[in-house]
Design a protein around this ligand. Structure first.
Ligand SMILES: [Zn+2]
Length: 261
């Protein structure tokens, strides 16, 4: 099969990435991205997300998609403390069932969300009382001051196109906050093709610092920088210590990046 990386690099720049577990990932020597050789078709993806966002999973906070209450709170605190300014208009891109927005709205944040899953959007409207967007088509240029993309970028079928669109709706001087699993983290290095994040079929890309930097800059974002922040999926001091150590030696499982327009 003849495939190219979405950065435009051709077959000659691609190499097999994992030799075990999930083996359809390719590494691009130009942008540093790792991506699936074959993306699931739209109907396959639809089925994967339908399953993930089935009502029984949503109710049990078991969508395999959202990080749970503890992480949501940590994301909200981090955004409030480090990224958002009073009066900012936020877009949560890939809002899931709206959990993060729900939390931020308690602090008076003017937030808007975009979500592709119809199930997740209906849940948000019914349970949380606000609607999420399904696309950005009618959003004017420069409408948002802050855009968060939390554990979303690895799912995108059109990475450059989506980043361009996100860049369009961000105001000049506005900030984008991105988190994604880090393929050079400790667990990824140890578990390789059996790494939990590689096994998820809807993870189409796996990033490291170089590749996320490349794609954000190419979409026009400036001043791309890595942030030391881990959402801590679980409470407790052991997880805190683990996360601090892995971050300080560059082996954290989460890549957290801030950039501006
Ligand atoms: Zn590439």
């Amino acid at each position: 099969m003849n495939i190219n990386c979405q950065c435009g690099a051709g077959q000659e720049h691609l190499a097999q990435f994992f030799a075990n577990g999930e083996t359809d990932f390719r590494l691009c020597g130009v942008c540093g991205c790792v991506f699936r050789e074959r993306f699931p078709s739209p109907s396959e993806l639809d089925q994967i997300y339908r399953q993930a966002y089935g009502n029984e999973n949503i109710g049990a906070v078991n969508t395999n998609q959202e990080s749970g209450d503890h992480a949501t709170l940590n994301y909200a605190r981090h955004l409030l403390r480090e990224v958002l300014h009073p009066g900012d208009r936020l877009l949560d891109y890939g809002a899931g069932t709206g959990a993060l927005l729900h939390e931020l709205r308690k602090f008076g944040v003017r937030g808007d969300g975009l979500e592709f899953s119809e199930n997740a959007r209906s849940y948000c409207l019914a349970e949380r009382g606000f609607a999420l967007r399904s696309n950005l088509r009618d959003v004017p240029d420069g409408y948002f001051n802050v855009i968060s993309m939390i554990e979303v970028i690895e799912h995108l079928t059109d990475l450059p196109g989506t980043l361009k669109e996100v860049h369009r709706v961000l105001a000049p001087g506005g900030q984008i906050f991105v988190t994604t699993p880090c393929r050079t983290g400790l667990r990824a290095r140890l578990e390789r093709g059996f790494w939990r994040e590689a096994q998820k079929k809807f993870h189409l890309f796996l990033f490291d610092w170089r590749s996320i930097n490349f794609h954000l800059q190419r979409a026009g974002f400036l001043d791309v920088r890595r942030k030391v922040f881990s959402p801590l999926q679980k409470p407790g001091w052991k997880f805190w210590v683990y996360s601090r150590i892995t971050q300080s030696i560059g082996l954290s499982g989460t890549l957290c990046v801030l950039a501006r327009k």
